[in-house]
Design a protein around this ligand. Sequence first.
Ligand code: ZN
Length: 116
Amino acid sequence: MKNQQNYFVNFSRNLVLIAIVLSLAFSNLTVYAQHVHSKIGKEVKKDTKSVSNIREGKIDLKKIDKNKDRKVFQDKMHWNVISDEAGKCPLCKMTLKEVTLQEAKNNLKKNGFKVK
Ligand SMILES: [Zn+2]
């Protein structure tokens, strides 16, 4: 009878231990899932980032072309949204198109913008 009681005590202790281990593992999993999720969220953000590159006044394309590859990214809806990096227009969320400095200049002139 005493043995049986001990067995029962041990068994319930084990159950408590198992419960603790499981809850720890589960909380770790939750933390891990949140970590992965936030990582994915950041990547998505980076992918769809809007470039705040709305140019005003006289547009200096050479200044925009920081990496000097003579190419910039321009929005086909808002011609004065120009960036040296790929991205999206902050106004219409369209992907900017890669154009040469000359093409960008022509597009701007055709649409009434001033180019330096
Ligand atoms: Zn746009």
